[in-house]
Write a protein that binds this ligand. Structure first.
Ligand SMILES: [Fe+2]
Ligand SMILES: [Fe+2]
Length: 133
């Protein structure tokens, strides 16, 4: 297990909290498969993660657009950077099938990013949205 539920702070929007909870669950399952070096399962869960991350980011972006959040562009730019990293890493997995590479990314950069991104950008966006959406 990589994330404990408590690692990611709750924000003041129920949809966002649900998206985060789902993502943590998938990342934890992927992390388990990586530890076990189960290639097929890793491929399957990585694809699921790509799908889930897109759902997470694009839902937040749509809510920001609709509500006219003042820093929507900056928040989206952070998503775009992470989208690219996940895409490149997925391509590398297809070529090299090296679980260590994904594991290092999840344990280091991804975990760190997720905690900080939610605390900084999602928390502020959620405050702007409230539970009105
Ligand atoms: Fe988020
Ligand atoms: Fe976000």
């Amino acid at each position: 297990m990589l994330f404990d539920k408590k690692d990611i702070q709750l924000v003041s929007n129920a949809i966002m909290n649900m998206l985060h909870e789902e993502e943590i669950e998938i990342v934890n399952r992927l992390h388990d498969a990586l530890s076990e070096k189960e290639s097929d399962k890793i491929t399957e869960l990585y694809e699921l993660l790509v799908y889930d991350v897109e759902d997470h980011f694009s839902t937040e972006e749509a809510m920001m657009q609709e509500s006219g959040f003042y820093a929507a562009e900056i928040h989206k730019a952070e998503h775009d950077t992470m989208r690219k990293k996940i895409k490149v890493l997925g391509e590398s997995w297809e070529r090299n099938k090296n679980p260590r590479e994904i594991q290092d990314f999840l344990e280091g950069e991804f975990k760190h990013w997720m905690v900080l991104h939610v605390a900084r950008w999602d928390a502020e966006t959620a405050m702007h949205l409230g539970d009105t959406m």
